[in-house]
Design a protein around this ligand. Structure first.
Ligand code: AMP
Length: 421
């Protein structure tokens, strides 16, 4: 039997309900905040991610699904949403809209990572980008929304880790410091980190290698936060006080480094206490230089993404159920084979306001009730000779057993007004 590719999953039933619940709650908050939904293509020119994520990141170096199209162009399945959204903002001249422009999206992302619990090759994110403002208010709003959506889903065991990666100049100084302290131990670092030592030493802090992490501890490497210039430091202080005023609890994480090369200033992650190794539910940051890297005018931006599968795992871990599927209102059964077309016709007249299924073979009433119960229907509707002649349906309330006969055209309004037999 053919199976789904390793690291990919079918979403259906409960897993899909979790997805819909998470996206639905995010949509409520993000639209309320003035966000407009955007759906960008699932693949882009590879250069969008090389520039927009950064060539020294793990994502670009190791994790992209890249292919060449028939015209010889290099294309990549999107590993994240921000670069495509900023590309679209620039391409469609959203710079002339009232600023900031707030865009949100939900959809699949693709990374060639080693699959494990909470880490897939195709996964889904919901994300929010605020483009055109460098105000710390925009950062605080973005952080708050990412946190409040998770709280509103019922999650309690979440922690918000806030930090700053400084301005580009601060990072240059920090990278120079890292090169200097790490150089004497360079031979002991993992091959990846030896390469990073030249290209982007900051990435070494992110290394998954135990040895790298031990060396960092032994050298008591100072955190990025020690290297903030006065402007980035003031910005962080403003974001902190805005969050405190909103009663959003956070801890300062002095060593936070996010996956993108071009993050500046504010960066944050939200973790879940019950999820083990892959505990990050999401994260975000400010990326003021990104627009220019994609060939646009200077446009500050801040945004985040939540991993939908991770949030679903966290909800399960806290015993939170997804919003239930729309229940079946009526299960229609014809009592005689000749009347089967009427069951379909009745269903068509009741769709889409009511959720209706009908039996494809005639049923005796007792059997029809059992079938309706199996499907969780509220009512079973019989069509016999009488109903056929008078264009009515006889509806039986599955839980109370009460019965009512109604003209078909009155069934919808009867339901709207509460539908008591
Ligand atoms: P990132 O864009 O790497 O900051 O990811 C944002 C969030 O997406 C993470 O915190 C995870 O919740 C989720 N995520 C990232 N990579 C994966 C993956 N390979 N599988 C499942 N979820 C992921």
């Amino acid at each position: 039997m053919t199976k789904a590719v390793k690291g990919t999953h079918d979403l259906f039933d409960k897993s899909l309900l979790y997805h819909q619940t998470i996206i639905g709650r995010a949509r409520d908050w993000l639209e309320a905040a003035g966000g407009r939904e955007i759906a960008t293509p699932i693949f882009e020119l590879t250069e969008v991610f090389e520039r927009g994520v950064g060539t020294t990141t793990d994502i670009v170096q190791k994790e992209m699904f890249t292919f060449t199209d028939r015209g010889g162009r290099s294309l990549t399945l999107r590993p994240e949403g921000t670069a495509g959204v900023v590309r679209a903002y620039l391409e469609h001249g959203m710079k002339v809209w009232p600023q900031p422009v707030k865009l949100w999206y939900a959809g699949p992302m693709f990374r060639a990572e080693r699959p494990q619990k909470g880490r897939q090759r195709q996964f889904h994110q919901v994300g929010y980008e605020v483009l055109g403002s460098d105000s710390p208010l925009a950062d605080a709003e973005a952080v708050a929304l990412s946190y409040l959506i998770l709280r509103d889903l019922g999650l309690r065991k979440i922690t918000l880790r806030l930090g700053s990666v400084g301005d580009l100049e601060d990072r240059r100084r920090y990278n120079a410091y890292l090169r200097e302290v790490l150089k004497p131990r360079a031979q002991e670092l993992s091959a990846d980190s030896q390469r990073r030592l030249e290209a982007n030493p900051l990435r070494i802090l992110d290394s998954k290698s135990e040895t790298d992490q031990r060396i960092l501890r032994e050298l008591a490497v100072r955190p990025m936060l020690d290297f903030l210039g006065p402007e980035a430091a003031a910005h962080l202080e403003q974001v902190k006080s805005l969050l405190s005023e909103m009663n959003i609890p956070y801890t300062i994480d002095p060593s936070i480094v996010r996956g993108l090369d071009y993050y500046v200033r504010t960066s944050w992650e939200i973790h879940h206490k019950l999820l083990g190794a892959q505990s990050a539910l999401g994260g975000g940051g400010r990326y003021d230089g990104l627009s220019e890297l994609l060939g646009g005018p200077p446009t500050p931006g801040v945004g985040w993404a939540l991993g939908i599968e991770r949030v679903a795992l966290a909800m399960e871990a806290e015993g939170l159920s997804p919003a239930p599927a729309r229940p079946l209102d009526i299960y229609v059964a014809a009592l005689d084979p000749d009347l089967l077309p009427l069951a379909l016709q009745a269903a068509i007249r009741l769709w889409p306001e009511l959720r209706v299924e009908y039996s494809l073979s005639s049923k005796r009433p007792a059997k029809a009730i059992r079938e309706a119960e199996k499907r969780g229907a509220r009512y079973v509707a019989f069509i016999g000779e009488n109903e056929a002649r008078s264009n009515t349906l006889t509806l039986k309330d599955i839980s109370s057993g009460e019965q009512v006969t109604l003209p078909i055209e009155e069934v919808k309004s009867w339901f709207e007004s509460g539908g008591r037999a």
